[in-house]
Design a protein around this ligand. Structure first.
Ligand SMILES: [Zn+2]
Length: 706
């Protein structure tokens, strides 16, 4: 497209290249002042609500590409629905992130040579609150740079006063209903964080370990000249100090005659039985395994069924307890492993050693190896809650997009264990029972997010259930499933109708982005370099169905070029149309007979674009919508029509009509593009000489197709 070389200086339009940094800051302030992020301040009647709750980022977090993508998607939906006349609420907030936040402040203390125990609970919590005041809102400020239209007047925090009340109420509700109980059970324990962790809070790492085959001598030898053994295979020989049985599968013919007999536990000398249990995999090792009920979740269950003794040989610091023989007491787990192996070897009790690749659990917050130990903890009975959560998805009341993510959800709920909800840290919601020092799992409070956040008078009535939840696949079970049963339990209603699981942003090579490996991309750098609109458009452009995104910066560059194209086209049109008395004609007011073939073509193409963008957005096809808008605006409008219009504008018969069509198509394009590139579309809108202009493009009317 040819742009006139010399521009007259006018107040109407700041001529020159588009400068996103200046525009974006000014426009965001303008939006904030308008109040239109707040559903109560939106103009017009707007009866139907459309509500999204922002997945609350941790107060320890900073913006990464996953947030940028997720927030772009949510803002596209909210802005689109706002233009469609909905009473839109996008509720923001942050999560106190129990263990993660406590760890950060503990690290700070460590630099001063202190631990949390030196400070004591009260002083330590004061420190965390100070930290929160200082850094806790950084991530929300970063989101603002992306242009998100959240109602900041409703910002919530999972530990603010009202929210904490809701958490206490929820706990007491379950407690009175008999769904919460305290029990000494084997749980996952992080020796560094000194707290229990749920199964979902573990991170598995593949490790090259060993599989040790150990001989357990039978108590009564059948043949006198040759000692007889049962050989068990294990990856953790040190836990044998706490063995209370050897188990085989009841169908395993090799061991049929041994069930019920006894072996002598080497190094300890304890007599332990050989039992049969269906949980034993006959293909693992020799088919016979050692059972340590105190230090393995499955062994614990087998122990309960078979009335086995629970002997705790590893303590909460990862050290060997007094239950073990004196030679091992006080040693670390690794030291014990070495000593046990050496001692077994000296007694010729090791049959063989194999290399073994296995998955080892680590703490997801501090990357320390997890120990499974028996501990008194609080549990929430999951059976009925899980059934309720499965039912509403099965019945289609809640839909997952893409649908295949429902499998992850059902798989977890079908095989669910009771939820260990207590944590032995200090930062969080203290269990509201007298004398209890534990706090609740951080996910216990996030599970209440869709309704505990709606605390203003009448908000709950008006805005619950919410409409769409946009989130990451990693937290379908940690968070989404728990919000669903909490919503059903406390509100008797689903918390949202649609769960949109967004694609994961990977590196160009298709690997996970990692801050520590330096392969992450900071969206704030992209915004600074190309502008928020270009960043948003480039991200949305790459969302094609459920496929993960191999991120390349080229798409953001493309977004930048597209914004410039839009800017230049608008500049051209504003130069060409009459300055005064400009108004926009509804295209139907132009008699069809008067339209040129170019006019007809662009109006038809526009009509088609409106239809397909609507369809795409309804199906969460953000990439498709962005592609169509791009093609329409760049090719149909700029390359074709604007070129044709130059001649038409020179003919007196067509001048007015052509300038009206130019303005009409530009305005309609701005509305369609606004959800994707809100800043530049608003900036141009503010300069259009049109009748009945709204205060902001945000509250214009979404175009309808004929
Ligand atoms: Zn830890």
């Amino acid at each position: 497209m040819e742009i006139p070389k010399i521009y007259p200086i006018g107040e109407k339009f700041p001529y020159g290249a588009y400068n996103p940094i200046e525009v974006e800051k000014r426009i965001y302030d303008f939006w904030l002042k308008s109040g239109f992020f707040n559903p109560d301040k939106l103009p017009g009647k707007r009866k139907k609500p459309f509500v999204i709750v922002l997945p609350p980022p941790n107060i320890t977090g900073s913006l990464h590409m996953g947030h940028a993508l997720n927030s772009t998607v949510q803002d596209i939906l909210i802005r689109w629905k706002r233009l469609l006349g909905f009473k839109t609420l996008w509720l923001p907030g942050t999560d106190h992130a129990g263990i993660a936040t406590q760890n950060i402040v503990e690290k700070e203390l460590k630099k001063e040579g202190l631990t949390r125990f030196d400070l004591g609970r009260e002083k330590f919590l004061e420190r965390i609150w100070q930290w929160k005041e200082k850094y806790g809102n950084i991530i929300l400020d970063q989101l603002k740079k992306l242009g998100v239209s959240c109602d900041w007047s409703r910002t919530r925090f999972t530990m603010d006063e009202k929210y904490s009340l809701a958490v206490n109420e929820a706990f007491l509700h379950y407690y009175k209903k008999g769904l919460i109980y305290r029990q000494k059970r084997v749980i996952n324990f992080c020796p560094r964080c000194q707290t229990s962790l749920s199964d979902l809070e573990l991170e598995y790492k593949e490790e090259r370990g060993k599989l040790w085959y150990i001989r357990y001598p039978l108590k009564e030898q059948r043949a006198k000249n040759k000692e007889q053994y049962v050989v068990v295979a294990t990856t953790r020989p040190e836990t044998m100090l706490g063995d209370t049985a050897v188990a085989v599968n009841p169908k395993d013919k090799r061991y049929k005659n041994l069930i019920g007999r006894k072996v002598i536990l080497p190094l300890v000398g304890r007599e332990i039985p050989i039992i049969a249990d269906r949980l034993i995999d006959p293909k693992f090792g020799t088919g016979a395994v050692k059972i340590t009920p105190a230090h393995d979740l499955t062994d614990f269950e087998i122990g309960l069924k078979n009335n086995l003794k629970i002997i705790q040989v590893i303590d909460e610091n990862g050290k060997i307890t007094k239950e073990a023989p004196a030679a091992y007491q006080g040693l670390s787990v690794l030291e014990t492993r070495e000593k046990v192996i050496a001692d077994l070897k000296s007694q010729d009790l090791i049959e063989k050693i194999e290399d073994y690749l296995h998955e080892v659990p680590y703490c997801y917050r501090c990357q320390t190896k997890i120990e499974q130990i028996p501990s008194w903890q609080w549990f929430l009975k999951m059976n009925n809650l899980a059934k309720m959560a499965m039912k509403v998805v099965k019945e289609g009341k809640i839909k997952f997009i893409p649908k295949n993510f429902e499998k992850i959800y059902f798989d977890w709920l079908k095989n669910i264990r009771d939820w260990c909800i207590s944590r032995q840290i200090w930062w969080g919601h203290k269990i509201p029972l007298e004398g209890v020092e534990d706090v609740l799992d951080t996910w216990f409070s996030s599970a209440l997010w869709p309704f505990a956040t709606l605390s203003k008078k009448k908000d709950l009535e008006r805005f619950y259930p919410t409409d769409v939840l946009c989130t990451d696949r990693d937290i379908i079970n940690l968070w989404v499933a728990r919000m669903i049963f909490s919503g059903m339990e406390f509100m008797k209603k689903i918390p949202f109708q649609t769960v949109y699981i967004h694609p994961t942003v990977l590196t160009r090579e298709g690997k996970r982005m990692s801050k520590s490996l330096g392969t992450g991309i900071d969206p704030l750098n992209l915004i600074e370099k190309y502008g928020a609109d270009a960043t948003r458009f480039g991200i949305a452009y790459q969302i094609m169905g459920g496929q993960d995104i191999k991120f390349v910066e080229d798409n953001i560059v493309m977004g930048r070029k597209f914004c410039n194209k839009l800017w230049n086209a608008a500049r051209f049109i504003l130069l060409k149309i009459p300055n005064s008395k400009s108004q926009i004609l509804n295209k139907f007011q132009i008699p069809n007979s008067k339209l040129t073939s170019a006019d007809k073509r662009i109006l038809e193409a526009l009509n088609k674009t409106i239809k397909s963008v609507n369809k795409d957005l309804e199906k969460f096809q953000f990439g498709q919508a962005a592609h169509k808008l791009y093609d329409f605006f760049w090719h149909d409008f700029c390359d074709q029509y604007i070129e044709k219009s130059k001649k038409q504008l020179q003919t007196s018969d067509f001048r007015l009509q052509t300038s009206n069509i130019l303005l009409y198509v530009l305005l309609t394009s701005l509305k369609l593009l606004h959800p994707f590139i809100p800043f530049i579309s608003e900036e141009i809108y503010q300069k259009l000489p049109i009748k009945n202009k709204k205060k902001s493009l945000m509250v214009e009317e979404w175009p309808s197709a004929s």
